[in-house]
Write a protein that binds this ligand. Structure first.
Ligand SMILES: Nc1ncnc2c1ncn2[C@@H]1O[C@H](COP(=O)(O)OP(=O)(O)OP(=O)(O)O)[C@@H](O)[C@H]1O
Length: 274
């Protein structure tokens, strides 16, 4: 099947700055794909080109079968973009704003069901300006979804959330099965919790891509085994643990086996690209 997003050899410069340099990516239908990278890496530039909001210099880009640089209104109705709530909506209620946005689309989702789904049922008659930051972000997601998009762009969705609100938000996103999602985030645990695949971009180039659980070989051997009286880095942690169990004749006090986290791997990849 054709990918929902296909990028080949994408380039974009701002004057002499090469913000995106021959990037290749493909995102399949129903996938949650996270684009990771430090500030200024080229994530927003790439995403804005995919959204049709920015012109590219070179390369081939198709989103839902069309070139976003030329696509029209029908195409735009098939994508959803989660923007930051503007203050224009502060005086209207949650229900009013979602119902209003629904009128822009040919086959919108049912506003009341959607409000329930994003966890704002109890706030539906509240003014948007009176909601907490996390609740507002839920309104943003509802507005991104109200047109029942095939592809959803989620840009740093949980910045400023408390840990519990982030977890709740992740559940909401995981519950959107079937919707293809392109997520950008600076939170590596978020990428790990949500994404089927991630790509790391640094200085405009993709430096790694794959399953977040195995990215950069992190599921491979390297592990640190630590216990009450010592620690070792090893490629064969099971053998080390077996040896320790023999030595202690059973329970090893304070035993821990730690593999590199996605954040460790990410920082290594970013460091290596400098
Ligand atoms: N309109 C613009 N004019 C000139 N330079 C720009 C413009 N937009 C972005 N840049 C530059 O292009 C590079 C990539 O920026 P981009 O916004 O794509 O990065 P990003 O990965 O989204 O960063 P962040 O994580 O900070 O949002 C940066 O060096 C940025 O300063």
């Amino acid at each position: 099947m054709d990918p929902v997003v296909s990028i080949k050899g994408l380039t974009k410069s701002y004057g002499s700055l090469q913000a995106v340099q021959s990037v290749d990516l493909a995102i399949g239908r129903g996938e949650i794909f996270a684009l990771l990278g430090p500030n200024g890496a080229g994530k927003s530039t790439t995403v804005e080109i995919l959204e049709g909001h920015r012109r590219r210099d070179g390369g081939e880009v198709t989103v839902l079968g069309e070139d976003p640089g030329r696509a029209g209104r029908r195409w735009r109705e098939r994508i959803g973009i989660v923007l930051q709530t503007s203050n224009d909506t502060a005086e209207v209620t949650v229900r009013e704003v979602v119902r209003h946005f629904a009128t822009f689309y040919p086959r919108p989702r049912n506003p009341d069901e959607l409000i329930e789904q994003v966890g704002l049922g109890a706030q539906r008659h509240q003014r948007v300006g009176r909601l907490s930051g996390g609740q507002r972000r839920r309104v943003d997601v509802a507005l991104g979804l109200v047109g029942d998009p095939e592809l959803l762009f989620l840009d740093e969705p949980t910045t400023g959330f408390d840990p519990e609100a982030r977890r709740r938000f992740w559940e909401l996103i995981k519950g959107l099965q079937g919707t293809t999602i392109l997520l950008t985030t600076h939170y590596l645990d978020e990428a790990e919790a949500l994404a089927d695949r991630v790509a790391v971009i640094a200085r405009g180039r993709i430096v790694a891509e794959g399953d977040p659980r195995t990215l950069g070989g992190r599921s491979g051997g390297r592990a640190t085994v630590s216990w009450a009286e010592g620690s070792v880095r090893t490629d064969s942690p099971t053998a080390t643990v077996t040896e320790l169990a023999g030595r202690y004749g059973g329970e090893v006090p304070g035993l821990q086996v730690v593999r590199p986290t996605l954040e460790d791997t990410y920082l290594e990849l970013i460091g290596a690209s400098r």
